[in-house]
Design a protein around this ligand. Structure first.
Ligand code: FES
Ligand SMILES: [Fe+2]
Length: 356
């Protein structure tokens, strides 16, 4: 059985964010997920497909080819595959043998995400996909999307997002503020249907530099952060602040700073991950430049996180058998890990049952 603090195994029967829609603007995207090379492509009708990025003829990468009328054409000898992975054309040959086929993956394009199902296709239920309506309304929620690769196991990034006590240390120049105000802030963690939610209030504190760029707060602020982990690889963030005395707890939908961030972490290999995040600023409708400012300030904070994790994973890999120490501040991330491991064990039990 996998250890709680170690590299997380793959949970297969789940939807993952495979890509942002705009990463397919050139029509083809090569991305490895769970050690499987995948060719994402937008076909001539505009529909997204995801098939194995390995031609069944001589093993060429299909992403070296191009999109043609009937699908994705291998760049080596011209075989064409449709979105179901079926070969539909072999140059110079009339009949197509049944084994001329590559693996295909269920995909759904919705709200700017391209979701991919990595498990048993018969279990792929679109109604399980996380709803993120904030991407639908660009006017109400101006936002920017981005991608970073992390040289660390994907749950390491979930750990990072479910742990806010690092903000004052890792991000002191941007969103951090005073380290001790983070460590001593009251934190509530509750289980949810598919994960857990961390809520933290920091009241009567100085605004961090990034917030001041968005809103000219007069003095101290009441600041909240909500991070909800949703199986297997998403963290939904809602955070912001109001001037002290404006009733932030009741008026969180009122302006001040009001941010909605989506964090999607998808395993590439055991030791590397894709990190896709979007930053939406609900308070900036009249001034899109604020989104740029917030994004430009937030982006370096994620780089700071990635650098920590890259080195952390490298240290852990030197001797993965050594245990890690749990401290009080780890409460939320430990809960997220427990939810994950319970889901993983359930999936393994289902597989064992099916094999009997
Ligand atoms: S390797 Fe793909 S067509 Fe030959
Ligand atoms: Fe961070």
């Amino acid at each position: 059985m996998a250890r709680e603090n170690a590299n997380a195994p793959y949970l297969r029967n789940a939807w993952y964010v495979g890509a942002w829609d705009d990463e397919l603007s050139k029509g083809i995207l090569a991305r490895t997920i769970m050690d499987e090379p995948i060719a994402f492509f937008r076909d001539a009708q505009g529909k997204v497909g995801a098939i194995e990025d390995r031609c069944c003829h001589r093993g060429a990468a299909l992403t070296d080819g191009k999109v043609v009328e009937n699908g994705l054409q291998c760049g080596y000898h011209g075989l064409v595959f449709d979105a179901k992975g079926k070969c539909v054309e072999i140059p110079g040959q009339d009949s197509i043998p049944p084994m001329a086929q590559v693996k295909h993956y269920p995909v759904v394009e919705r709200q700017g995400f391209i979701w991919i199902w990595m498990g048993d296709p018969a279990l792929a239920d679109e109604s399980q996909i996380i709803d993120w309506p904030f991407h639908d309304d660009k006017k109400l929620y101006p936002h920017r999307k981005a991608y970073l690769r992390i040289r660390a196991n994907y749950l390491m990034m979930i750990d990072n997002l479910m742990d806010l006590t690092h903000l004052g240390y890792v991000h002191s120049k941007t969103i951090g503020g005073n380290p001790l105000s983070h460590v001593s802030a009251k934190m509530d963690v509750v289980r949810t249907e598919k994960g857990c939610k961390l809520t933290r209030w920091m009241e009567n504190v100085l605004p961090p530099p990034t917030y001041l760029k968005g809103v000219p707060f007069a003095g101290k602020i009441d600041r909240w952060q909500e991070f909800e982990y949703v199986l297997p690889g998403s963290v939904l963030q809602w955070s912001g602040a109001l001037d002290v005395g404006k009733g932030a707890r009741e008026n969180r939908d009122q302006y001040g700073v009001h941010l909605r961030l989506y964090h999607a972490i998808t395993p590439e290999t055991e030791n590397s991950s894709h990190y896709l995040f979007s930053v939406g600023a609900h308070f900036a409708q009249d001034n899109p430049a604020i989104v740029e400012t917030i994004f430009n300030d937030t982006y370096p904070t994620f780089i700071e996180d990635v650098e920590i994790m890259n080195n952390q994973q490298a240290r852990i890999d030197m001797d993965p058998t050594r245990p890690l120490l749990a401290i009080k501040a780890d409460n939320a991330l430990q809960q997220a890990r427990r939810v994950f491991m319970a889901a993983y064990e359930a999936e393994q039990a289902m597989k064992r049952q099916a094999a009997e």
